[in-house]
Design a binder for this molecule. Structure first.
Ligand SMILES: Nc1ncnc2c1ncn2[C@@H]1O[C@H](COP(=O)(O)OP(=O)(O)OP(=O)(O)O)[C@@H](O)[C@H]1O
Length: 358
């Protein structure tokens, strides 16, 4: 398989200095173990630029004029519901698919222009896209060889991902979680400044998920560009600093997690008052949507809890209790992408999930 296009070795096989012109790294402390190319030779800053990127597969417009930038030094969550176009975008970035139009570049160059792929960009696209008959050592060894990386990296990255004892085992016997770890190991092999992970925590156990989140954050803290795709907001809220949200191939949001979280705070306000009629009139006048709940309780959407309090105070209406209901980030994400969900389960009369429409 070709996880990402193979690069020719840049040094003669067995060459003593695999990364000419780079200083030996300081011992220890790095998320990926020690491998000389990071920081990479030259002045790469690891900036990913997606410009008006479009991909059409026959009648399916998978990616539709997408433009965004992924910066180094932070984890960028690449979010979207099933079929949003995340994998297609990553594949174009890696030169595995050709854009119908537009560009996807790293430091201004297409991936194929980098001579030694794994030293510049590490990627996990599909954990099952591996040769089952090979051992983990053989799989990573072949990647190391074809990218001019020292054989010792195989042991290092297997240890980093927790597969230190599994190097001699055939991949066919690996669980999905082990395959994900192996895919992450392959991405780390060249110690690259840019890392792309497509749904990397699928199949990982809770400890594995926590480990992967920590790893992504460490990689970003080292100044790398880390792009992690997911269709679950919950996976991103503890990992990402920045979010790029797409739906039906189009950009929906490109903002910090903090800005996204701010959207999630207006989930409505419940207010208890001895004079619900007067308060409802005041709130409606201010543009709020108000529903009565029992004799003394109003459910209010629009203003924040503080604004409800202020309106009540200004109009001299007594309130006994004001409670703000925060939406979860998952709620905010689902609301944001609701109009662009391509594949939705059909609801049965009883409200249970039916078959997916894919
Ligand atoms: N090789 C292909 N041929 C035809 N259609 C394709 C191909 N690859 C992807 N598509 C379609 O393009 C759309 C986007 O798919 P893509 O896999 O990029 O989305 P995604 O966001 O990664 O989805 P998921 O979260 O389900 O993995 C989908 O409608 C998909 O069926």
């Amino acid at each position: 398989m070709d996880r990402i296009p193979r690069a020719e070795p840049s040094t003669p096989a067995g060459g003593a200095e695999p990364y000419p012109g780079t200083e030996p790294p300081a011992p220890g402390g790095r998320a990926t173990g020690r491998c000389d190319p990071y920081p990479p030779p030259g002045n790469l800053d690891g900036m990913i630029e997606i410009e008006h990127l479009t991909k059409r597969y026959g009648r399916v417009l998978a990616v539709d004029g997408l433009t965004f930038t992924v910066r180094p030094g932070r984890v960028t969550g690449f979010l979207g519901p099933n079929g949003a176009g995340k994998t297609s975008t990553l594949r174009m970035l890696l030169g595995l698919n050709t854009p119908t139009s537009g560009r996807a570049t790293i430091d201004g160059r297409s991936f194929r222009e980098f001579g030694t792929g794994l030293r510049h960009v590490g990627a996990l696209l599909d954990a099952n896209d591996v040769h089952d008959g090979r051992t983990a050592n053989a799989h990573l060894g072949a990647l190391a060889r074809s990218n001019g990386l020292p054989r010792g990296r195989v042991r290092e990255v297997l240890a980093t991902v927790g597969l230190g004892d599994a190097g001699r085992r055939r991949i066919g016997g690996f669980s999905l979680g082990m395959r994900q770890r192996l895919g992450i190991a392959a991405a780390l092999l060249g110690d690259p400044p840019v890392l792309l992970f497509d749904e990397p925590v699928n199949g990982l156990d809770p400890e594995g998920i926590r480990w992967a989140r920590g790893l992504f954050r460490e990689l970003a803290a080292e100044g790398r560009t880390v792009l992690v795709s997911s269709h679950l907001m919950g996976e991103m809220e503890h990992t990402a600093d920045h979010l790029v949200v797409i739906g039906a191939g189009r950009l929906i949001a490109d903002e910090s997690l903090a800005a996204f979280a701010a959207r999630a705070t207006t989930g409505g306000v419940t207010v208890r008052t001895p004079d619900p009629t007067a308060l409802a009139a005041v709130l409606a006048e201010a543009g709020a949507t108000v529903r009565a709940h029992g004799p003394d309780t109003l459910s209010v959407t629009g203003p924040t809890a503080a604004e409800v309090n202020e309106l009540a105070f200004t109009h001299r209406v007594m309130v006994h209790e004001v409670t703000a209901h925060g939406k979860t980030l998952e709620d905010a994400f689902m609301q944001l992408t609701a109009d662009s969900v391509r594949y939705r389960a059909a609801a049965t009369a009883a409200g249970a999930e039916g078959g997916a429409g894919r």
